[in-house]
Design a protein around this ligand. Structure first.
Ligand code: 4G0
Length: 249
């Protein structure tokens, strides 16, 4: 019944900020329930320099600072502990774009070590020596890898069995079936002159399911057409999409 927890170690210069992901919501509950474990290691504790420095100026010149090899390697060594099967992940704008498929795969690992860069990033030789996979949460720059690691942790933890509680499951999320989500409505039935779509009030469960699928297909087609390129449509799905497109001509 209860699975082996997903062990996540994060290497971060802001350990309290990073650990705060475990205090709230879905991730907090999953950790309390033992579905995941979170441990944060500050590479400063492994610095041998004055003021516990872990960065230095870039070779070749230029602005900013680069995180040094040795404190990061020592932090990774501590994070590995006894386990010989940890996967080391570096969050950076140079990584592959993270998608739901990779989130699900990584959540099935037993031990992940997430490396958070600050400044201009980390010494390339540390990536060569220790990093298994480099991921990006999107094509923009943020001030440190911590928020990227927290995004990744949230996305992974909500895929763990039972993490969402009740009958709800991550399979209902957008992207799990390669489509955007359909629109949602709650009470009241009429607000500011806007009505809930009649299909959702019909009580006809097949009709509701077809309407939701059609909305998901149409939204994906209009907003993120590239998502449909990598996905075969069933006969029903193709019919629902064509029906909508024909009606809107
Ligand atoms: C490495 C991840 C890390 C290099 C981290 C910055 C965006 C992402 C960082 C840099 C991050 C992302 C070269 C500025 C820390 N920003 N998109 N910031 N450089 O996943």
């Amino acid at each position: 019944m209860s699975q082996k927890p997903l062990q996540i170690d994060v290497i971060s210069l802001f350990p309290e900020f990073t650990a705060s992901i475990a205090e709230q919501g879905v991730v907090g509950r999953a950790i309390q329930q033992g579905k995941a474990k979170l441990n944060v290691i500050n590479p400063r504790q492994f610095s041998t320099l004055s003021h516990q420095r872990v960065d230095d100026r870039p070779y070749g010149g230029g602005p900013g600072m680069v995180m040094q090899f040795e404190p990061l390697q020592a932090a990774i060594k501590q994070a590995r502990g006894q386990s010989n099967d940890a996967k080391v992940i570096y969050l950076s704008p140079q990584g592959q774009s993270l998608r739901q498929e990779a989130v699900r795969r990584l959540a099935k690992e037993s031990h992940l070590i997430l490396l958070c860069g600050r400044y201009e990033g980390i010494d390339e030789r540390l990536i060569e020596a220790e990093v298994d996979e480099e991921w990006s949460i999107g094509d923009y720059v943020i001030s440190g890898g911590e928020l990227a690691a927290m995004v990744m942790i949230d996305a992974m933890v909500r895929t763990l069995p039972g993490a969402l509680g009740g009958e709800q499951s991550a399979e209902q999320d957008s992207f799990e079936d390669g489509l955007l989500d359909c629109p949602h409505y709650t009470r009241p039935e009429s607000v500011a002159g806007r009505e809930v779509p009649s299909e959702l009030l019909s009580g006809d469960h097949k009709k509701i399911a077809r309407w939701r699928l059609q909305q998901a297909l149409v939204r994906t087609y209009l907003r993120r057409p590239e998502l449909l390129d990598g996905r075969e449509l069933t006969d029903e799905e193709r019919q629902l999409l064509e029906e909508f497109l024909a009606a809107s001509e």
